[in-house]
Write a protein that binds this ligand. Structure first.
Ligand SMILES: *Cc1c(COP(=O)(O)O)cnc(C)c1O
Length: 232
């Protein structure tokens, strides 16, 4: 094993251990938590090293990087689109993305519907919620999310699987606990409405700095970049 492979393997093992411990603290099954290795800006060799250490889910925030990396990885590697998606890039990315986490407008959802229809398939999506109301972030406000879910649920080829949030950058992860609780509660409230085409089983929240708190608060997908691949 070369040094980079070894480093990535150890990092992945450490993240998995921490997920397991977070699950134990709150009585969750670690099998409910999917670790997404956020490989943006990293070379293919790093993704291959992570794959060799068992990673199958990769997160990218640029369409161009998914287009380059996805075809070069083994068939069972899954790519998640986690960054802001422009409508004119939907056509390119849809065939390569297993899940689009960052649906932040009805117009974008409509574009995904159009492309899914063209490809005669369905598309799995999450709605991005700007829980903290940060100016710099994309996403629906918590107040408008239920209405957006209802509107988007009428697009016949879209499957809303749940919600995603990017929490603020903080020094102490405890500061984000309330954000994660709020997203969890929002998903529970929406689930109760039993909207057709909507399942709400996925909560994509938590990054390198705060994923353990996110897991304690119900995350089913965590997106870890730096903690696996090192600084960007
Ligand atoms: C970059 C990124 C991450 C991973 O961030 P780290 O702090 O490196 O773990 C997670 N989610 C999104 C949406 C990102 O853009």
């Amino acid at each position: 094993m070369d040094m980079r492979q070894e480093e990535i393997t150890q990092n992945l093992q450490e993240v998995r251990r921490r997920i397991q411990r977070a699950c134990e603290r709150v009585g969750r099954d670690p099998g409910e938590v999917t670790l997404i290795a956020v490989s943006k800006t990293k070379p293919l060799a790093d993704l291959q090293a992570a794959y060799g250490a068992g990673a199958r889910d990769f997160g990218e925030n640029k369409v161009q990087e998914i287009l380059e990396k996805a075809p070069a990885m083994p068939e069972d590697a899954r790519f998640h689109m986690i960054g802001h998606l422009q409508r004119n890039k939907v056509r390119q990315v849809l065939p390569h993305a297993v899940l689009i986490h960052s649906v932040d407008s009805v117009r974008l959802a409509q574009q995904i519907q159009q492309e899914a229809e063209r490809l005669d398939r369905t598309a799995d999506i999450l709605l991005e919620v700007n829980v903290a109301g940060e100016e710099s972030k994309f996403g629906f406000s918590p107040e408008e999310t239920e209405e957006a879910v209802k509107t988007i649920s009428r697009f016949p080829q879209l499957r809303i699987r749940g919600l995603m949030t990017i929490a603020p950058f903080v020094d102490d992860p405890e500061e984000n606990r309330g954000i994660f609780q709020k997203l969890y509660q929002l998903s529970v409230d929406i689930k109760k409405k039993n909207i057709d085409n909507v399942t709400m089983n996925v909560l994509s929240m938590g990054m390198t700095g705060d994923y353990e708190v996110a897991v304690e608060e119900g995350a089913t997908m965590i997106r870890v970049g730096t903690g696996i691949f090192g600084a960007r």
